[in-house]
Design a protein around this ligand. Structure first.
Ligand code: ZN
Length: 183
């Protein structure tokens, strides 16, 4: 499996390691392993406190922040040239798969609309187990935020991301549509 090989690759190259103080280090940053149920709970707490819109926005901003901070480190460490778009896309697929959100597949695209499929969404599956019901709306805003920032780098312009299918809603997989925002 691609994602498993990539994890081994990260261990072998020292991109993922444990330091002398017991920290998990991923790409020169402290990593923290968080169970999916905690993230689903965080989503629930944000929603109860601030309402759906604000909760979704905060989670999306977190995803954007994560990619923005990571991109700087990846580009430096791996020497990925900013303009080598295919390599960036391949790398993002790999890293997202390793992080455990689900199995991410970027569909081939020619123009400014990209479809990204996420199979086996960790949060989607966890959500249905925790609440024993389907969500009325998509829940993977953190992933949507990561994709948003990622494709804004690829397209060198702002993009919009919409999760059009979500496993939390009972769909067989999650689906994200990414579109360029017209200047
Ligand atoms: Zn989803």
């Amino acid at each position: 499996m691609l994602s498993r090989n990539f994890l081994i690759e990260l261990l072998e190259t020292g991109q993922l390691r444990v330091d002398e103080n017991g920290h998990l280090i991923l790409f020169n940053e402290f990593g923290i392993l968080t169970p999916s149920g905690v993230v689903v709970k965080l989503r629930e707490l944000l929603e109860r406190q601030f309402g759906e819109k604000v909760a979704d926005k905060i989670l999306m901003k977190l995803g954007e922040y994560q990619v923005e901070a990571a991109a700087k480190r990846y580009i430096k460490i791996l020497g990925i040239h900013r303009l080598d778009k295919n390599k960036i896309i391949q790398f993002t697929e790999k890293i997202l798969n390793v992080l455990g959100w689900g199995k991410i597949l970027v569909q081939p695209f020619h123009d400014s609309i990209v479809t990204v499929i996420m199979k086996e969404s960790a949060l989607g599956i966890r959500y249905r187990k925790m609440y024993k019901k389907n969500s009325k709306r998509p829940i993977d805003f953190w992933v949507a935020g990561m994709l948003k920032k990622h494709f804004s780098v690829i397209f060198e312009t702002e993009v919009k991301v919409k999760e059009t299918k979500c496993m939390a809603m009972g769909h067989p997989y999650c689906e994200f549509l990414i579109k360029k925002v017209k200047p």
